[in-house]
Design a protein around this ligand. Sequence first.
Ligand code: HEM
Length: 406
Amino acid sequence: MTDQVVPPSEFYTDDFAADPYPAFARLRQDTPVCPVGGPRFDSYLITRFEDAKVALNDPRLSKDLYGPEQHYLRIFGPNSEGLNKNMLNSDPPEHSRLRQVVSQAFTSRRIEALRPRVAETVDNLLDKIIPQGQSDLMHDFAIPLPMMVICQLLGIPETDHERVLGWTQVIRTSGSSSRPPEEERAAVQLAQLRLHQYLTSLVQYKRAHPGDDLIGALVDACDNEGKLSERELVTTTFLLLFAGHQTTADFIGNATVALLTNPDQLDLLRTRPELLPSAVEELLRFDGPLPVASPRIATEDVEYQGVHIPRGSIVGVVINAANHDPAQFADPDRLDLSRVRGPHIGFGHGVHYCLGVSLARMEGQIGIGALLRRLPGLRLAVPADQLRRLPAASPFRGLLELPVEF
Ligand code: HEM
């Protein structure tokens, strides 16, 4: 074990954004618990599969960024409290209470009832694209599909979708424009503020006009059962809205590129569509949209792989490195859609395991299945290494554009 520090610069290059997997392999091999942020390290990256699983479920690694030590300030910066103080950034018992309220409203019946609507949304989006013979699939398909589905589930009126999408895209693509960083930060803060104001007034509207949607169910849990405060009602709605479309959009984009650059696997899936469920899992393992799990804080000194992680350190579990660990997956850098459904951690692990996993799988299977069925000549319109991506420093792995022809 060495004390070698990965130069942060390696993580902020275009090469890294295009293909982070060689750097992840080096970390896994040489410094599986890697201090970053020198000279006074305050962050550690965990890259091996077994360590990652343990860390994601380690109660000593807290998700409560809003306790007395206010760790959120180091992570999100000032003025960030508004929408981020939610289930994902809390520990049991608060986390358990919030998660239970949402789980009760996020029933499999409610998700399954969306299936025809998801299929219809997919078909409507493709009907618009097909006559054009070309498309930016991020803009025309991968982003609007999960956005429309989560808005429908939450009960966000169709007339507001565009506005909401505008704000969430400012947050998602932060750091990708040529604007100075202060302007970028100001734009993100403004988008968060507008979204906060919008969701606050939407919740009030839903209270006055109750409906059979997820926000309605959360309002009920707040007003009639006292399980949720007014502030939690809004931050939970934000978490569901953002987590519900951001990751799925990037997943569909990444998965499409993976298939188009692995023609043998594309052909396999076209001839054997029954592989779709396992294909979605393998595509998520191969190039997932959330490269690093949301930050954890060491509440006491801990040790992983013999490396001492002092109390107060930020710990990042590198999901996409762990999902390519050869100790867990044979020939991990190969896309193999017939791989036996392995226990990847693309949806996380432990108490914060993705709450929307059934919805994400449903959208992935229906969306990717329809793309292949209805666009038989689908191909990239630019070489894969010229695709415009979210910046390397983004917490998400995804594309800014996905130009295709068919
Ligand atoms: C949590 C991945 C889609 C809602 C998580 C986590 C991961 C993840 C890795 C755990 C993060 C951590 O421990 O730091 C994904 C991926 C998706 C996806 C890859 C799509 C392919 C969705 C959808 C929803 C959703 C459609 C629906 C609303 C959530 C929520 C949490 C979560 C609420 C927080 C759970 C908690 O803190 O207990 N997701 N997700 N996700 N996800 Fe997803």
